[in-house]
Write a protein that binds this ligand. Structure first.
Ligand code: ZN
Length: 151
């Protein structure tokens, strides 16, 4: 997909997810959690995952931040629910690559709905806003590795 096709969708999708974030609010139970902070912008989110075996059965977030950080967290949680930890890590790598690639390079369509967020390439100072939720997710899942080696 071309960045020009994304440009039109970008603002609409960000506004929609910012106004009605999906999976927002702390769940009653969770197995993994992490808090992420982006000091450049002041975005702070807490992420809660429930992992059963190696599948992320629930993933939610709360906190506050700019429209991009919130929309990214909303879209990420929608995309990762039901995925395995390996799939989540793979998507993290693909996503990070997509938002940090040169402006006119093609966007990996395996990202599905997330391709829209590659529009952030046009706003380099906001890339950290878009990746905050993803780094927080990685950090939450890494705690599971520690937990599993101990058990
Ligand atoms: Zn931000």
């Amino acid at each position: 997909m071309d960045i020009a096709d994304i440009r039109e969708l970008y603002q609409d999708v960000i506004l929609d997810h910012n106004k009605s974030p999906r999976n927002f609010g702390k769940p009653h139970t969770h197995t993994h959690t992490s808090c992420g902070h982006n000091p450049l912008c002041g975005d702070t989110f807490e992420l809660f995952c429930t992992v059963d075996g190696d599948v992320i059965t629930d993933i939610r977030f709360e906190g506050s931040g700019c429209a991009i950080s919130k929309a990214s967290a909303s879209m990420m949680t929608s995309e990762l629910k039901g995925k395995t930890i390996d799939e989540a890590r793979h998507l993290f790598a693909t996503f990070t690559n997509a938002v940090t690639s040169p402006l006119d390079s093609p966007v990996d369509e395996s990202l599905g709905n997330l391709v829209v967020l590659a529009g952030v390439r046009e706003y380099p100072v906001r890339v950290k806003c878009a990746t905050l939720a993803w780094h927080t997710m990685q950090s939450a899942l890494n705690q599971s590795q520690t937990a599993s080696t101990e058990s």
